[in-house]
Design a protein around this ligand. Structure first.
Ligand code: PRP
Length: 180
C-alpha cells in the first residue's frame, strides 16, 4: 500500500475535535462521564478529545480492546474482546470513543454489551464515519467527519499496524502487486 496525500489535515481535525469537545461539555455539564476508548485506533483521537472537554464534566477513562479486522482491509464480522474494561459502568454515563465506524458491527456489539451492564446512558463519539458501508444500524451521537469508502490511515488509524502516528488522515492506495 502507498500513502497518498493528506485527506484531512491536522488543522481541520483540531477544529472538529474542539467542536466535539464543546458539544460533549455542554451535554454532560455538571455530570460524571466515563470515556471508553476502543484500542488501539481511538487512542490518538481520545487523547485530544478529552482535553477539549470542560473541567465541569467529571471525566474518567477506561479502555477496551476488540478485534474485527485482522490484517485485511475487509471486516470479518467477528468481534472478539481482547481486553475488557477495568471498571464497572453500572449507573454511569458512558461515552464510547471510536476512530472509525465502518460496517457498524463492532460498535453495535459494543453498545449492546455495555447496555447489558446497566449504565445510566451510552453514547458514541467517532472521528470518522463511513455511513455508506453500514451493515447494521447503530446510533453515533457525535461524529467528526462522514467520509467515503476510502481506506484511511493516520491519527490513530492503521494499515497492518502502521501509520497510526501520522498527525493527519491519509488515504492509502494499493501498489502494483498488492492483493485486490
Ligand atoms: C476498527 C475501528 C472499529 C472497527 C470499525 O478497528 O477502530 O473498532 O474497526 O469497523 P466496523 O464498523 O466494520 O465494525 P480495528 O479492528 O481496525 O482495530 P484497531 O482500532 O486496533 O486498529
Amino acid at each position: 500500500m502507498i500513502l497518498s496525500d493528506v485527506f484531512i489535515d491536522e488543522k481541520e481535525i483540531r477544529k472538529r475535535v474542539e467542536e466535539l469537545g464543546k458539544a460533549i461539555s455542554a451535554d454532560y455539564a455538571g455530570k460524571d462521564l466515563m470515556v471508553i476508548g476502543i484500542l488501539k485506533g481511538a487512542v490518538v483521537f481520545l487523547s485530544d478529545l478529552v482535553r477539549c472537554i470542560d473541567r465541569d464534566v467529571g471525566v474518567t477513562l477506561d479502555f477496551m480492546a476488540v478485534s474485527s479486522y485482522g490484517d485485511s482491509t475487509n471486516t470479518s464480522g467477528i468481534v472478539r474482546i481482547i481486553k475488557d474494561l477495568d471498571c464497572s459502568i453500572r449507573g454511569k454515563h458512558v461515552l464510547i470513543v471510536e476512530d472509525i465506524v465502518d460496517t457498524g458491527l463492532t460498535l453495535s456489539y459494543l453498545v449492546k454489551m455495555m447496555l447489558e451492564r446497566e449504565p445510566e446512558s451510552v453514547r458514541v463519539c467517532a472521528l470518522l464515519d463511513k455511513v455508506d458501508r453500514r451493515k447494521v444500524e447503530v446510533a453515533v451521537q457525535y461524529t467528526g467527519f462522514v467520509i467515503p469508502d476510502y481506506f484511511v490511515v493516520g491519527y490513530g488509524l492503521d494499515y497492518s499496524g502502521r501509520w497510526r502516528n501520522l498527525p493527519s488522515v491519509h488515504v492509502v492506495v494499493p501498489e502494483r502487486g498488492d492483493e485486490a
